[in-house]
Design a protein around this ligand. Structure first.
Ligand SMILES: [Zn+2]
Ligand SMILES: [Zn+2]
Length: 342
């Protein structure tokens, strides 16, 4: 089959990759669309160690074309030819401490698609049927690649629920993740909440405005971010700061911008170590939260509610044979999301 393969050095388009073999309780999915994510870029840039060769890609959609014959007959009828996406965490054991305590995404045996095992930048992928989710009828395959990152955005507030004292919420970073978190926050329709966005790329700021953002600070146009945020928060600092920048430098500004006993939620992984001022965090009693994968069913519900706009986030579409160009484009700062059609 056709696939994009990372050999430890570079990503390449290949046509001679073995088809996946259907194992117990699995379905075979003909992949349609794959979103390129920061994690895929980190892999291809050598910033995230993976076993090689590997097929990257975990934000995907496709159609079920085959089903393990041992699965229940009714289930087989329900599944065949349906449009689906899949959870990223596979090989969940159901028995370890984390599985038994409702943290399956932390299962000690988990294998992440496209990171620990072959992912979706391929014609076909075999997935355990318990991990798949049906795609709503009116959602395109391209839009459906956002279900996984939207679930991750939702997880921000599952881990760190907004409390009545949280009036000023600042999102740093207007990439795909920041803009999804912004939309999730807006969809909650909370009263008396001041949402501040901080970004530095003009086209992303424009999209944020289109999505309804009112308070946007352009990082490149102000002397000092924390002073700007102080001005917008009665000189107190933001109650909640969400980091969707993936930048160590930004994290330093984020700490400065957060009020004492405020909360910082780090959403992006950082390619480098971050020299943060721990003493400042301790003295001002700032709480740090982090989160990763989220609930797919809530992401699908939220898309169905009509409160999330995905189309403005799609910047470019490539075919699989143009995978090198797709990655080059995904790294560009003008780009929000690159989709690969398989
Ligand atoms: Zn991702
Ligand atoms: Zn487990």
């Amino acid at each position: 089959m056709k696939a994009a393969v990372f050999d430890g050095n570079k990503i390449q388009y290949k046509e001679d990759i073995n088809n996946p073999i259907l194992k117990d309780n699995q379905v075979l999915i003909k992949v349609d669309s794959v979103g390129i994510c920061g994690t895929d870029i980190a892999i291809v840039d050598g910033n995230l160690p993976v076993p090689v060769p590997i097929i990257p890609g975990h934000e995907f959609s496709g159609t079920i074309i085959d089903i393990d014959k041992n699965l229940d007959k009714n289930l087989q009828n329900d599944l065949l030819k349906t449009r689906v996406t899949s959870e990223i965490n596979t090989n969940i054991c159901g028995k370890c401490y984390f599985c038994l305590n409702k943290m399956p995404t932390h299962c000690i045996y988990r294998k992440a698609l496209g990171i620990d095992i072959n992912g979706a930048l391929a014609e076909k992928i075999a997935i355990n049927y318990s991990l798949i989710h049906h795609i709503p009828d009116d959602l395109s395959f391209e839009q459906a690649t956002f279900i996984e990152p939207l679930a991750a955005a939702i997880q921000t507030f599952e881990i760190m629920p907004i409390k009545s004292e949280d009036k000023n919420i600042t999102i740093f970073g207007l990439g795909k993740l920041g803009l999804l978190i912004f939309q999730v926050l807006k969809s909650m329709k909370l009263k008396n909440i001041n949402i501040i966005l901080v970004g530095k790329h003009k086209n992303r700021i424009k999209i944020a405005e289109k999505l309804g953002a009112k308070n946007i600070i352009n990082y490149n146009e102000v002397e000092n971010i924390s002073d700007e945020i102080a001005k917008l928060t009665n000189e107190i600092g933001t109650d909640i700061a969400i980091d969707a920048t993936g930048s160590a430098k930004a994290l330093i500004e984020i700490i400065k911008s957060t009020r004492s006993r405020g909360k910082i939620h780090i959403k992006s992984t950082h390619g480098t170590l971050s020299p943060i001022n721990v003493t400042d965090l301790v003295v001002r009693e700032i709480n740090i939260f982090t989160s990763r994968c989220g609930p797919f069913h809530k992401a699908i519900e939220l898309i169905n509610s009509g409160n999330i706009s995905l189309e403005p986030l799609i910047s470019k579409i490539f075919t699989l044979d143009k995978i090198v160009d797709a990655f080059k484009s995904a790294k560009s700062k003008d780009i929000l999301k690159v989709i690969v059609k398989v």
